[in-house]
Design a protein. Sequence first.
Length: 355
Amino acid sequence: MGRAWIEPATRPPDNASNHRCEEPYTPRVRTPLCDLVGIEAPIVLAPMGGAVTPELAAAVSNAGALGMLPLSWTPADEVIPIIEETQRRTRLPFGVNLGLEWDQNARLASALSAGVRVLSFFWGDASGVIGQAHDAGAIVFVTVGTAEESRFAAAAGADVIVAQGWEAGGHVWGTVSTLALVPRVVDAVAPIPVLAAGGIADGRGLAAVLALGAAGAWVGTRFLATTEAGIHPDYRSRVLAAGEADTFYGTLFDRGWPDAPHRVLRNSTVEAWEQAGQPASGSRPGEEDEPASRADGSPINRYSASTPTAAMGGDVEPLPHWAGQGVGLVTREESAADVVTSLVAEGEKVIRSLG
């Protein structure tokens, strides 16, 4: 299970030449997850498509947590170059996330051939790919939304279960809150480590999920405001200004991924759709609008499931700004290393205050 302890101060590994450490290491909150994947802090970067770059994933790993690359939609011939770029930036562990809504055999094979030894699977039955990952010596994470799903994933061989609560940003697999889901999953799959996802944006959240029995926190929205995140400046500004009641949950941004529930910041597209009576796809306001464009000049539809990236042109406000309900706790731009440090320090302080 996820029993946590606070260990004495440690130093980064001698071979971690890319690990930036401007101050001496502080004591770390550790769990069995840390030993399993070779990290110092029980924090995993949520693999947010379009937002997580090799720079961000590596920065998280270099800070002692686990970076995670989102490669579900990456062209097959770009998978290995992206992994190799991340490897140039860090010699510490990081993982690759693949969504099972699509055939991922080629991407999985590429990731394993490039030396990735942490694989995360989302949105579907992972039983058909776990064996391939294990044969290559990889550790497998599987995301679930119910205790029943967690039992199925555990029986299929998952090494770590990610319990994603309804509060999460981006695409959301289940409908149960993090608080209710995590202990159910912990009890269902013990002693397999469980990561808690959804609404965790500060050290209090980390301490809370550890108290629920989780072995760590899967954090996304907090990292959107980091200097390394690859999002559009307007997106970052909206994240910093948002409160916990400013998100929308639904299936509105469906071009490219239909019928997939997700959580985003409320914007003009959401408001216009609601004012029109929430019509079905095909009858929604501005369905032919293409307010933004990619770096290559190709247009982006208003309802596209496309993250506003730094390279986009035009007006990105109508596009989906993925964010979880923990967004109100994201109040400043900072480095990924500072986020990891503050999550651990705050979590440790809470744990110590509870005796």
